[in-house]
Design a protein around this ligand. Structure first.
Ligand SMILES: Cc1ncc(COP(=O)(O)O)c(C=O)c1O
Length: 448
């Protein structure tokens, strides 16, 4: 039995899969924060290009991948689907475990799959600079890479605690030619407001988004780009699930369980969405979303309208949320510290099609070390959440169960976190019930 199932380059999908037309009831619309009414495309046009806005609401099931995007994908796609034989043996399981290795992209994660597409559409509409936030630094790296591919500038607001935890992410972002600032920063009104209250704030993804949106909205030549949560991001990520379907067919396998970690929902969404129509027909695999106990959006959040950012500048989205003012503890999985979740994923959880589970960071790092010592690859702390859940599922599974997970990124720039873990210095923060209660109390009340 092969270890790596390699899809020939010519068989890389030429279209992304859009789940929106399959959703019934349909997804709740984004709302204008000023009026509480559904938002028209023109309102989004100050920060996003029209092609992306159309994809956000597209009624078409299949959307062509533009040739220039497909050509850049060829730098690292198709990615291998790997049978984790050694992990299976070490666990003593008769389940068959596969992982889709997205850590082999230039940035080291799945994030370029949408960064390349978004940079392309912006370039086509004459945008010269993209602004964005980053938590773990993976998204900021991916967008810096993508902007360089299309000759554009890129400004990244990186959550301060991650900026300090992993300085080499900043080095890589700058090496791609982009600029990166710790958030909260004095460059924006949103950043200055937080700094005035707490000069030592470690920041949050919700705040970094506010800074990046404000920067784009106040500069003519710039637009904003988001690395997760929105429909078009999950759409671009479906390339991973579509490739996985072809690779499983090559291996003669049918998946029983699909697993992924969830920050805003893009890597997990990309893997599972092509399987959802089957799931809706009652025939699909179990779909398991994994998150940290320090930021338990799907497991403990409320499904309701909320802002996407802390300064309340973004449209209101109906999603699982802990409240946009929630500052999660500074766990090392910086990419899983977002207060909300993709509306598509939240909808599927609400419909009972997707399960969710959560873990403490120490048990997650233990799983990551186990994976490293058996499979040889060092997972990103975010990815390690999926690894931990897969190990738990495999231990309880019947022989022959096929488990597939999205290996979303490598941890080679997270060595500070691994060092803290090796030295026994990791803290297991759970969410603070009181903080979440307060943050949820400030969610908007809307009639929808
Ligand atoms: C390696 C990795 N995995 C997962 C995530 C979580 O994001 P998402 O839920 O959008 O896939 C991130 C976010 O930064 C990441 O860097």
């Amino acid at each position: 039995m092969d270890y790596r199932i390699i899809l020939p380059e010519k068989d890389m999908p030429k279209q992304w899969f859009n789940i929106l037309p399959d959703l019934s009831p349909p997804l709740a619309p984004p709302l204008d924060p000023a009026t509480g009414q559904p938002l028209g495309p023109e309102k989004l046009a100050t920060i996003f290009p029209m092609a992306v806005i159309e994809q956000e609401m597209s009624p078409h099931r299949w959307i062509d991948i533009p040739q220039p995007v497909w050509d850049i994908y060829r730098l690292y796609r198709p990615t291998p689907l790997v049978r984790a034989h050694r992990l299976e043996a070490a666990l003593g399981t008769k389940a068959r475990i596969y992982y889709k290795n997205e850590s082999l992209s230039p940035a080291g994660s799945h994030k370029p799959n949408t960064a390349i597409a978004q940079a392309y559409y912006n370039k086509m509409e004459g945008v010269r600079r993209l602004t964005t936030e980053t938590g773990a630094g993976q998204w900021g790296t991916a967008l810096s890479f993508a902007c360089k591919m299309f000759g554009m500038q890129c400004t990244v607001y990186m959550v301060r605690c991650s900026y300090e935890q992993k300085p080499y992410r900043g080095v890589l972002i700058r090496s791609y030619g982009a600029e990166v600032f710790p958030s909260p920063s004095p460059r924006t009104a949103a950043g200055r407001a937080v700094l005035a209250e707490n000069p030592d704030s470690g920041g949050s993804l919700g705040l970094a988004i506010s800074e990046a949106v404000e920067d784009a909205a106040t500069h003519e030549d710039a637009k904003y780009s988001l690395g997760s949560v929105l429909n078009h991001v999950l759409l671009h990520q479906t390339i991973t699930g579509l490739e996985t379907q072809k690779q499983l067919a090559m291996a003669g396998e049918k998946p029983d369980v699909l697993v992924g970690c969830v920050g805003g929902g893009s890597n997990f969404g990309g893997l599972i969405l092509p399987f959802v129509p089957q799931k809706m027909a009652g025939k699909g695999p179990r779909l398991v979303a994994v998150e940290p106990k320090a930021c338990p959006t799907l497991t403990k959040g409320e499904f309701r309208y909320d802002y996407g950012d802390m300064a309340k500048m973004t449209p209101l989205l109906k999603m699982h949320t802990l409240g946009s003012g929630y500052f999660p503890p500074p766990i090392h999985a910086g990419g899983l510290r977002y207060h909300g979740d993709a509306p598509i994923l939240s909808h599927l959880v609400n419909q009972g099609l997707v399960e969710s589970t959560s873990y403490f960071q120490t048990e997650v790092f233990e799983a990551a070390r186990f994976f490293l010592q058996n499979e040889g690859f060092l997972p990103a702390p975010e990815t390690a959440h999926a690894v931990k859940a897969v190990m738990d599922v495999a231990r309880k599974s019947d022989p022959g169960t096929v488990i597939v997970f999205l290996y979303s990124g490598h941890g080679l720039l997270d060595l500070g976190a691994y060092d803290a873990f090796n030295q026994g210095n990791l803290k297991d923060d759970e969410f603070a019930e009181e903080d979440i209660r307060k943050a949820l109390a400030s969610c908007p009340q809307v009639g929808f």
